[in-house]
Design a protein around this ligand. Structure first.
Ligand code: HEC
Length: 125
């Protein structure tokens, strides 16, 4: 698998030949794959995250996050709490309490998205 595959787009003469085009294609492809807003999970993942909030988190915090074993996670109760603090609790858990860490299942960007959903009531469509 070495050698001649580079000659894919012979677009005529010119300095450099097909090489710059090939590189542009690689850059474009890379941007397509990794160019999504780093901070915002893709839509399919957002659906999963909301399901997770309702079911996994809801097991302790109530199906509508209105409280259970864990405290309510509603816009009212979370108003004024710094998102970074809540993200930290979601990712790391809170030691000495039943709140478990979720960082094995959630990226920081996903935790940030979930906190925003909780603080804005975004899980009740
Ligand atoms: C096993 C039960 C349990 C599960 C599951 C659970 N939590 Fe918790 N959570 C708790 C408890 C208990 C607390 C309160 C900890 C304390 O006393 O400070 C808490 C606290 C929190 C807090 C801090 C609230 C505040 O006002 O400081 C956030 C945010 C939170 N949980 C989010 C989540 C999210 C998001 C999930 C799902 C990914 C989740 N929790 C799953 C039990 C749970």
């Amino acid at each position: 698998m070495a050698g001649s595959e580079g000659r894919v787009l012979p677009v005529g003469p010119g300095p450099g030949g097909p090489e710059p085009l090939t590189r542009a294609a690689v850059v474009a492809l890379t941007l397509c794959t990794f160019g999504a807003v780093a901070d915002e999970p893709p839509e399919e993942r957002q659906v999963e995250l909301v399901r997770m909030l309702r079911h996994d988190c809801g097991a302790c915090h109530g199906l509508r996050l209105d409280g259970g074993l864990g405290p309510p996670l509603t816009p009212e109760t979370l108003a004024g709490v710094a998102p970074a603090v809540l993200e930290q609790v979601v990712l790391e858990g809170r030691r000495g309490t039943p709140m478990p860490p979720w960082k094995a299942l959630l990226s920081p960007g996903e935790a940030r998205w979930m906190v925003r959903a909780m603080q804005t009531g975004g899980i009740d469509e």
